[in-house]
Design a binder for this molecule. Structure first.
Ligand code: MN9
Length: 295
């Protein structure tokens, strides 16, 4: 599947900014992309959980891909999250991403109906057949139901267009098993608060939401890890985790939007049924933003 190197590194799972009227705030999205490229991140994962992809209409998700492709202008590796409950809808979004020059597609497993493993495998293969793009699986057991096993992964990776997995789980032994399949694949650590443990179990990169505003910090963590400076890497993970812990208290995406708004990118609120940003959250995120901007 060509050169896999462009798929290694730190990928921001882009948030989707909204205007007061609820529509997508494309100017802010462009600013967010620019800010992240300046921070040095290697690529973007668009339309995923963090981007409220499943709360956008499919047309809106495609318009996010349009904006990402035109704002990034070849300066970052682009992954389009096209996952949804319908194979046809996902394939349609995948075709759109391919036209825009995205580097890969990714998808959560179809949800709600507890589809059997064979149906989930077919879903992935069918989406993959709809374009020439490489496929990155998204293993997110906590999202409801499906948890990828090593055996299922072995079967899926018989398809040569499948190049990696975003592993959003703190099961580090599972991450290690994906890294040691018969064929070498790219494994992304999915929870930012355990990036250091993911790296030590062999992760090739990371896709996460807190990189929207802490890209620089996490890039320093990766450099420290690669240089063998575990103490420094731990120190950086500790700093980041204090912030993430505070965000989990108020809702991660709401808090991330509040931090970025304080940093000068107007992100608006999350879509319902996510709760609005509370005043307490805003005050706490203001402090965090101040600290981060001083770094
Ligand atoms: O994309 C994100 N996963 C989810 C990855 O939001 C489900 C993570 O970056 C988390 O938001 C983050 C906080 O738990 O690690």
């Amino acid at each position: 599947m060509g050169d896999l190197n462009k798929f290694r590194g730190l990928f921001t799972a882009l948030l989707t900014p909204f205007k007061r009227d609820g529509s997508i705030h494309f100017d802010s999205l462009e600013k967010l992309i620019e800010f992240n490229i300046e921070s040095g991140v290697d690529g973007f994962y668009a339309g995923g959980s963090t981007g409220e992809g499943l709360l956008l209409t499919n047309e809106e998700r495609k318009s996010v891909f349009d904006c990402v492709a035109s704002a990034a202008r070849g300066r970052a590796t682009l992954i389009a999250h096209v996952g949804t409950i319908s194979t046809d809808a996902a394939s349609d979004m995948a075709k759109h991403a391919e036209k825009l020059g995205f580097d890969a597609v990714s998808a959560v497993a179809p949800y709600y109906y507890s589809f059997p493993p064979e149906a989930i495998m077919k879903y992935y293969n069918d989406i993959s057949d709809s374009t020439d793009l490489p496929m990155i699986l998204y293993n997110f057991p906590a999202s409801g139901g499906f948890s990828l096993t090593k055996d299922a992964a072995e079967k899926l990776f018989e398809n040569k267009k499948f190049i990696g997995i975003k592993h959003t789980s703190n099961d580090m032994f599972a991450l290690w098993q994906f890294k040691h399949l018969r064929r070498e694949i790219i494994v992304y650590n999915g929870f930012d608060e355990t990036l250091l443990s993911g790296l030590s179990m062999g992760a090739d990169g990371a896709i996460g939401s807190t990189y929207n505003f802490m890209g620089k910090k996490f890039l320093r963590l990766i450099s420290a890890f690669k240089a063998g400076n575990t103490e420094l890497a731990q120190e950086i993970q500790n700093e980041a985790n204090e912030i993430i812990l505070e965000m989990i208290k108020y809702g991660v995406f709401q808090s991330e939007k509040a931090v970025l708004s304080e940093m000068g990118i107007d992100m608006g609120e999350c879509r319902r049924p996510f709760m609005p940003i509370s005043e307490e959250c805003r005050l706490s995120m203001k402090k965090i933003a101040k600290k981060l901007m001083a770094e």
